[in-house]
Design a protein around this ligand. Structure first.
Ligand code: 16G
Ligand code: ZN
Length: 542
């Protein structure tokens, strides 16, 4: 490490005095103007991580569904996964080190993580469409440069595209080509193969309106359109040419507010979907003839995919072990449907993609989705090999055809991380193959009414949880109180957890009616307010 160069460059990316940030579930996130030094330092950290694991590491500059003024950065590990938890701590240390401690901090990280500084390093970098992203990614490149790393700048890409590139690169092309064309070709080929076998017709069935959250999804879908078969009729809305990123639109807005995004003209019974700002989440929805809005969230997406995969496995005659991974936010009806009707095991883990991904890796086929629309399907190496072999060699026609469908599903799904583009194509293919309308999909089960609230407390760390965040261990008495409140309502459930991305405590409640879900959520928020040191005036009923 050239300490003069380090001094010179870090002076160009000074840390604002007194600012401390933490590498959380979604990396670093803050107002864009506070992040220049963080980007520079994450460029350096990516180099160190690359040397430590002798692989290419990714840097994605995005703040996903946050307001346009925010930004953020996430590191991507060799197989396209989230950064290993042990390194989250190093990321936080490096981001918060004072200027004069930088060199020392780097040396310490190298010692703790056994980094051989003489090794080569390679970093892939990408960014979303925020006005601040280009400059911030340049700062990260400065950080890569100062520690002598090689880099490839993909420029504007979706978060899942960057994850995909990193995985392709580190698996020597086995997963695909580490280029945008490679990504488009792989997905569109699998999709075309899949829908060839669909017999369902009717133009309205094929039509899909997409709210792109005024983000990167619009750009990348337009780029991909020439690769699509001509049967695909998509119409893009909120493409970023007129309005602000994520403003009153996008997957997070639609999920949280349970209403349509601005800027998308929705006719009764039309199939619509929303991406989030960096295109790693997707939710579907439609409005019925009476004007009622129907949200089809991550739980219903996981269910549709599970139904489809389970049928295929039965046809192929394989007993591959399939499971669904959810979080505490999963609607109780979805869990019940999956376990009792579909008879697929369901596992609940803590919020955050890395927890879901990790758990899903335990199965031959692991379907994971957060209710907010982030999710994918993982196939174990053994399952993939078996399926590909059957698709090629199986003598029984029906079995072989089913194996081919499974094989194309494997290629269509971005297994590195939740991917709105890939998930959308998976869903569209399943609906076409099964001849399902969006209404029929929605009717698979009925969501229990639910309510999500948040309140501020003096220190959200006073709330500690267990059992995949479904029970509070501290403060004393809180869980007992929640248990007593839940008993007052039918089909009810409630939990509280400290947010990993905002300074708030989140409260979730569901019950037999919306009034009851609202009342329960309010009562639980009062309990949190009183027992966990609520700030300001007590929460008011909805
Ligand atoms: C982050 C997570 C997302 C989670 C959300 C919860 C990743 C890549 N993203 O956006 O999975 O649902 O945080 O936020 O892990 P919260 O902790 O503020 O509720
Ligand atoms: Zn996102």
């Amino acid at each position: 490490m050239d300490s003069e160069a380090l001094k010179k460059y870090s002076a160009l990316h000074p840390k604002p005095a007194g600012l401390t940030l933490q590498y959380g579930t979604a990396g670093f996130r803050a107002k864009a103007e506070k992040l220049d030094h963080v980007m520079f330092r994450m460029g350096m950290l990516a180099v160190l991580r690359s040397k430590a694991v002798a692989s290419t590491i990714g840097i994605m500059v995005t703040a996903s569904h946050n307001p346009e003024e925010d930004n953020g950065v996430k590191l991507v590990d060799p197989l396209g996964e989230m950064l290993h938890p042990s390194w989250e701590e190093y990321a936080t240390q490096l981001a918060n080190a004072e200027e004069h401690e930088l060199q020392q901090t780097i040396t310490e990280i190298c010692q703790k993580a056994a980094v051989n500084q003489h090794k080569d390093a390679s970093v892939f970098i990408g960014r979303d469409t925020r006005p601040s992203s280009e400059k911030l990614s340049q700062s990260a490149i400065d950080g890569i440069f100062v520690l002598d790393g090689q880099y490839h700048d993909y420029g504007l890409v979706t978060t899942p595209q960057l994850h995909y590139m990193v995985c392709c690169q580190n698996t020597q092309g086995q997963y695909g080509k580490a280029t945008l064309e490679g990504y488009y070709e792989k997905l569109s080929k699998a999709f075309t193969e899949l829908i060839k076998q669909s017999s369902s017709s009717g133009e309205s069935q094929k039509h899909l309106k997409i709210d792109c959250a005024n983000g990167i999804g619009a750009l990348k879908l337009s780029e991909m359109e020439p690769y699509f078969p001509k049967e695909v009729l998509i119409q893009l809305y909120n493409d970023g040419t007129k309005e602000k990123l994520n403003h009153l639109c996008g997957a997070d807005f639609v999920k949280v507010h349970q209403k349509p995004p601005r800027g998308l003209d929705m006719k009764p019974n039309e199939r619509c979907c929303s991406f989030d700002g960096d295109a790693d989440r997707i939710v579907y929805y439609y409005q019925d003839a009476t004007g009622l809005f129907h949200l089809i969230d991550g739980d219903k997406i996981a269910t549709l995919i599970s139904i489809f995969l389970k049928e295929l496995l039965a046809k192929v005659g394989q007993t591959l072990k399939m499971a669904v991974v959810q979080t505490a936010y999963a609607n109780g009806s979805s869990t019940r449907y999956l376990e009792e009707t579909l008879k697929v095991p369901v596992h609940c883990v803590k919020t955050g993609v890395k927890h879901l991904h990790h758990k899903a890796q335990e199965f031959d086929i692991g379907v994971y989705f957060e209710a907010n629309g982030h999710g994918t399907v993982l196939f174990s190496k053994a399952a993939e090999t078996k399926i590909r072999r059957l698709a090629k060699e199986e003598k029984d026609n029906e079995k072989r055809e089913a194996a081919k469908v499974l094989e194309n599903m494997i290629d269509l799904i971005n297994q590195t991380v939740g991917d709105a583009v890939s998930d959308m194509l998976v869903i569209e293919a399943i609906l076409a193959l099964k001849g399902l309308t969006v209404q029929q999909w929605d009717a698979v089960y009925t969501d229990l009414p639910n309510r999500l609230l948040k309140i501020q407390v003096a220190d959200r760390r006073v709330i500690d949880t267990t059992d995949a965040e479904r029970r509070a261990v501290t403060p004393p008495g809180l869980q007992e109180k929640i248990d007593a409140l839940v008993k007052k309502y039918k089909l009810s459930r409630a939990f509280v957890r400290p947010s990993g991305t905002e300074d708030v405590v989140r409260i979730y409640a569901e019950a037999d009616t919306q009034e009851n879900a609202d009342a329960l959520a309010h009562e639980v928020s009062l309990a949190v307010y009183h027992l966990a040191g609520g700030k300001g005036a007590p929460p008011q009923p909805l």
